[in-house]
Design a protein around this ligand. Structure first.
Ligand code: FEO
Ligand code: CA
Ligand code: CA
Ligand code: CA
Length: 692
């Protein structure tokens, strides 16, 4: 163990980079995305044409059935609103939004104050524990973690680095499978004396490849509590590691297309590995959807691809010869050199479907869902039973998408359901404000109608082999989706991340993290603040509350920041009673339909946290902080179990603060030694429901 005093020499608050994180996070997570020029240089309207869609601002709510899932039943936070059959409408959900629900959706606990502690802080009366840490054995034959003697062979069998999306597949009341993404590696914190690039050892590069991807781990409840622990005995037959080297396959309309073919895979059907899997979602048939985000940073010689391809790949910020990160995967696998294999980058940036109940199954990259810097992919059903997937492209000035399947979901017809993600229509969103442009003046002041709100439209991009985009074939639209969306005039958003339907109220919520680059001339009613440091939450109400519709109403129930900042808005709730919040990233819901929000890159001087906000009744807008994560960490993967007894969070990159190294760590969470990204669980100490 290194000198425990060393970490104290680090500044408490390192100078944040433009995107709000430490320089280390910027380098390793997104390849210094914020330092790059904005990739979207199109003249797309920030404020589109007015869509005169007469939508009543909020219709009558429709309840989501919390059932109909096959193996995946049970996690309220992740259960989509399955509407494949007429739904029984619980009284509460059948009433208009504006009526009071105080006490029904209400949630009570003493908020955790902002802090810079190197600890997981939770409300009084609650308990927490670590479920699984980087390096913990996943496969039964995995060796114990040994920080100073890590090997690629061990890492291939152990829990990966930087856990992100978390979802849970119950197997009865007291057992289940946890799926966790491993977004990226921070070699500076994983290896002593790491300098990267040409100086990285081949073993370090192999460890990094193995520490990406995802894990399936079996967990079991500590009886009578909300605590869950890793199952450490028995066969653990579902436990699995997926890495940057796992064989995968393409399916859907672009599978096999020339743009996906490489020397190693001349048919363009068999990609290898997944990278930078950020958040995700799951399907009604009990599989995981995991989202490849900042894949661009792993490739070298991006400036040597054929001339004709350059405008397209530069939309994914692959523009220079050197990779944005220092990992140099190309030294181990030639495919990461785009001078030799220019199409290899096209094989990343997809939504990957993985069956957690079949450890031998081949992960599937679903091309019908388009290719961008996917943050997440959350499903719901249209009224007629078609599957809908909501997706954000997390970069400044990028877009919001949804996919609607051609065919209907049929409960129990697994073979049929597993074809749904291959055929359908991919849409991109356009937002129009309803207030005069003069009132959206960049001051952040609410317009005269009292709301940032308006209407919107889902613009079709591609349906099977039919392209709706001039000058692009269907396959080109799917592989170069950003360019396609530029051409149809989609609305440039402030880093659209998670987008998810509330299974109780039917509202669809989008986290818009921040956008320091938006100028006063570029504000619109959906992105109303210039230099948007703290982000906001967008609420979408699809026409007739039907996720299959192509028009919607929207509003901003939460404009984040310090409540004393006059540009913040908490759905009209008394701002003296709310917690400060900055940089919303992922969202989830509890069984009462309360919105849970995790943050990435708090710009108010506190650690990141997890918040909860009722979205209906008199408590709408009453945002409170439920927990904060340790120093340098980001809060990921929030998940509230259906019984509301447990809240899971992924604590990503603890101690990732400029200047930190293994010899001088900035965090010693969770074990008082080197920081280890981990999934933690929080429960009420007396076994009560969270917030009761
Ligand atoms: Fe990996 Fe968009 O955060
Ligand atoms: Ca308005
Ligand atoms: Ca994220
Ligand atoms: Ca989510």
């Amino acid at each position: 163990m290194a000198n425990p005093e060393a970490g104290r020499l680090l500044p408490l608050l390192s100078t944040p980079h433009k995107g709000g994180r430490s320089a280390l996070t910027c380098q390793f997570r997104c390849g210094n995305a914020c330092a790059h020029d904005v990739a979207n240089t199109t003249g797309n309207a920030y404020f589109g044409d007015v869509v005169k869609e007469a939508l009543s601002r909020r219709g009558v709510l429709r309840a989501g059935a919390l059932g109909a899932l096959a193996a995946g039943v049970g996690v309220a936070g992740a259960v989509p609103a399955f509407a494949d059959e007429p739904l029984a409408q619980p009284e509460a959900a059948a009433a208009p939004l504006d009526e009071g629900f105080h006490g029904r959706g209400g949630i009570a606990f003493t908020p955790v104050p902002p802090n810079k502690d190197d600890a997981l802080r939770i409300p009084d009366g609650y308990a927490s524990s670590v479920v699984v840490r980087w390096g913990d054995p996943v496969l039964p034959d995995a060796p114990a973690f040994d920080f100073d003697n890590q090997t690629a062979d061990a890492q291939n069998k152990q829990f990966g680095y930087n856990c992100d999306y978390v979802t849970f597949f119950p197997m009865g009341n007291n057992r289940g499978l946890l799926w966790v993404n491993h977004e990226y590696t921070d070699e500076n914190l994983m290896f002593r004396g790491y300098t990267g690039g040409a100086a990285a050892t081949e073993e370090q590069i192999r460890i990094a490849l193995a520490a990406h991807g995802g894990s399936v781990v079996e967990i079991e409840r500590v009886r009578g509590t909300g605590e869950w622990k890793l199952t450490t005995k028995g066969r653990r037959r579902y436990n699995r590691r997926v890495t940057a080297q796992t064989p995968m396959r393409f399916s859907g309309p672009a599978a096999g297309h020339a743009l996906l073919r490489t020397a190693a895979d001349p048919k363009g059907l068999a990609p290898v590995g997944m990278l930078n899997n950020c958040s995700g979602g799951f399907t009604p048939w009990g599989t995981v959807l995991t989202a490849e985000e900042n894949f661009d940073q792993y490739f070298v010689n991006g400036d040597k691809v054929p001339e004709a391809q350059r405008p397209y790949i530069s939309r994914y910020t692959i523009t220079t010869g050197t990779p944005a990160s220092s990992r140099r995967f190309d030294r181990i696998e030639e495919r990461f050199d785009l001078a030799k294999h220019p199409n290899e980058a096209n094989r990343f940036g997809w939504i990957v479907e993985i069956d957690p109940f079949d450890p031998d199954s081949t992960p599937i990259k679903r091309t019908a869902l388009g290719r961008f810097k996917h943050e997440a992919a959350n499903t719901t059903l249209a009224r007629d039973g078609r599957l809908v997937v909501y997706m954000g492209d997390d970069s400044r000035f990028e877009y919001i998408y949804k996919f609607v399947s051609k065919n209907r979901y049929i409960p129990g017809f697994d073979r049929h359901n597993r074809t749904l993600l291959d055929e359908g229509t991919l849409y991109v969103a356009k937002f129009t404000g309803d207030s005069p442009a003069a009132e959206i003046d960049g001051s952040g002041r609410l317009p005269a109608d009292g709301q940032f709100d308006g209407s919107g439209q889902w613009i079709p991009l591609v349906s099977g082999d039919r392209s709706y985009v001039d000058g692009m074939t269907a396959a080109e639209v799917l592989v170069y989706t950003r360019t396609a969306a530029d051409k149809v005039g989609a609305t440039k958003m402030d880093r659209p991340e998670d987008m998810e339907r509330n299974p109780v109220t039917g509202g669809v919520y989008v986290a818009l993290t921040n956008n320091s680059n938006r100028t006063a001339a570029q504000v619109d009613e959906a992105n109303p603040r210039p230099s948007n440091k703290h982000g906001h939450i967008l609420e979408v109400t699809e026409r007739r509350d039907d996720a299959g519709e192509t028009t919607f109403a929207w509003s901003l129930p939460l404009v984040c920041g310090d409540p004393n900042d006059p540009t913040t808005y908490f759905a009209g709730f008394d701002k003296s009673k709310v917690s400060p919040i900055s940089c919303p990233d992922n969202v989830t819901f509890d069984a009462d339909g309360n919105l849970w929000i995790s943050t990435d890159g708090n710009q108010l001087g506190s650690n990141d946290g997890l918040f909860v906000m009722p979205v209906r009744g008199s408590d709408r807008g009453h945002l409170r902080q439920f927990l904060t994560v340790p120093l340098g960490a980001e809060t990921c993967g929030p998940l509230v179990t259906a019984d509301q007894k447990s809240v899971f969070v992924a604590v990503q990159h603890p101690g990732e603060i400029d200047g930190a190294t293994p010899d001088s760590p900035a965090s010693r969470w969770p074990d008082g030694d080197q920081p280890r990204p981990s999934v933690a669980v929080v429960w009420h100490g007396r076994g009560r429901k969270i917030g009761s």
